[in-house]
Design a protein around this ligand. Structure first.
Ligand code: PLP
Length: 377
């Protein structure tokens, strides 16, 4: 039986094989494997795509988050507010830098940081908020930015899953995901909305000073060669990855269209199953559907996943354990039950296959199997 994977990187590659192969060959011919033309070109094109002044390409999304926080000159013990329902990287870099991660609950509809929860968590030591635009739609940024302004906090957006979505402000302004706070961070991990063929990431900002500092940190804290003004790291986007991203950036609109079309198919095909909850949309945000995540009654979730697997369909649980219950992050400050929305979601979420190559027949097959499981045929 044909297996239906979560993502189809092979199918996506084959559609643009000639362009990609040519771009890689150009880097090989140039032998500019680090820095150089391919990285500069992608950086400029990505700046234009996002509508930001500065893109700083780095080694991966986790590095982007770390360098972003380092560029803000926070002090050990400063508190950084972040959601408890997310990938670990967001809190990991906070902890690694000696800052204090303060986790808060998420909104039950959008799975993103709840502005009310952020407000309750603000103390005199709070210095930054890191909203995560989870699964491809933006957090409630208008409310989060106004809290940040009121309390003089930095906002670093984790846009690792949301490149390609937009946020609509009440004054009519429209901004790309990651381009609303002081710094945005993204990952080019292969399965992300804009993915390369290895590791890659970027941070971006409109602030000249932050951009300068971040660039310096990413390059060993160096501005003039071998003069190190601050402690930095070594984090670079390889030229081959930049060349691949430059090709794929031209296809971004079509990639997001395909993801949104697949989501519309699921929305319609699964609408009549009363036991499951389909993804709800933030009315102020478009959704780039990095994931299409349904909610299944806890006692049925693992059985449904198994049933799909037996029928050749892969699905994933993003994320099975909230941050405050992870072994490495267990903390006297938090107990099970403290963040009921995140704890509930971790027991009921199931992400279905979602990528740019999903055909109607495949979507129909997946939907039919879910109907069958719930005996709603
Ligand atoms: C993928 C991801 C990251 C980390 O990106 P890497 O490139 O794998 O380091 C961080 N945050 C979120 C929300 C992600 O999905």
């Amino acid at each position: 039986m044909e297996q239906i994977p979560m993502v189809d990187l092979k199918g996506q590659y084959l559609r643009i094989k000639d362009e990609i192969d040519g771009a890689i060959q150009d880097v090989l011919d140039s032998t500019e494997f680090v820095k150089g033309g391919a990285v500069n070109r992608f950086q400029q094109h990505f700046e234009a795509y996002l509508g930001v002044k500065h893109v700083i390409p780095v080694g991966n999304g986790t590095d982007a988050l770390q360098i972003a926080l380092m560029a803000l000159d926070l002090k050990p013990g400063d508190e950084v507010i972040t959601p408890t329902f997310t990938f670990i990287a967001t809190a990991e870099v906070v902890a690694l830098l000696g800052l204090t991660p303060v986790v808060v609950d998420v909104d039950p509809d959008t799975f993103c940081l709840s502005a009310e929860a952020v407000e309750r968590a603000i103390t005199p030591r709070t210095k930054a908020i890191v909203p995560v635009h989870l699964f491809g739609q933006n957090a409630d940024m208008e409310a989060i930015l106004s809290l940040a302004e009121k309390h003089h906090l930095f906002v670093v957006e984790d846009a690792c899953q949301s490149i390609g979505s937009e946020y609509h402000f009440s004054d009519g302004k429209v901004k790309r995901s990651g381009c609303m706070g002081h710094i945005g961070c993204t990952s080019f991990f292969p399965s992300k909305n804009l993915g390369c063929y290895g590791d890659g990431g970027a941070l971006f900002t409109d602030d000249d000073e932050i951009a300068q500092t971040a660039k310096c940190i990413a390059n060993h804290g160096m501005t003039v060669r071998y003069h190190h003004d601050r402690i930095g790291v070594n984090s670079r986007l390889d030229s081959i990855q930049a060349a691949i991203l430059d090709v794929k950036l031209n296809h971004m609109e079509e990639y997001i269209d395909h993801r949104q079309a697949a989501a519309r198919f699921y929305d319609e095909a699964l609408a009549d199953i009363p036991q499951i909850i389909l993804p709800k949309k933030n009315p102020h945000s478009t959704h780039s559907y990095h994931q299409y995540t349904i909610q299944v009654p806890a006692e049925k979730r693992d059985d449904l996943q198994q049933y799909l697997k037996v029928n050749g369909i892969f699905s994933m649980i993003y994320y099975p354990i909230p941050l405050h219950l992870q072994k490495a992050y267990r903390d006297d400050r938090y107990r099970p039950g403290d963040f009921p929305v995140a704890e509930h979601l971790s027991k009921v979420v199931l992400s279905l296959p979602m990528h740019t190559e999903l055909k109607h027949e495949v979507l129909a097959y997946i939907s039919r199997k879910i109907h069958e499981f719930f005996e709603c045929v």
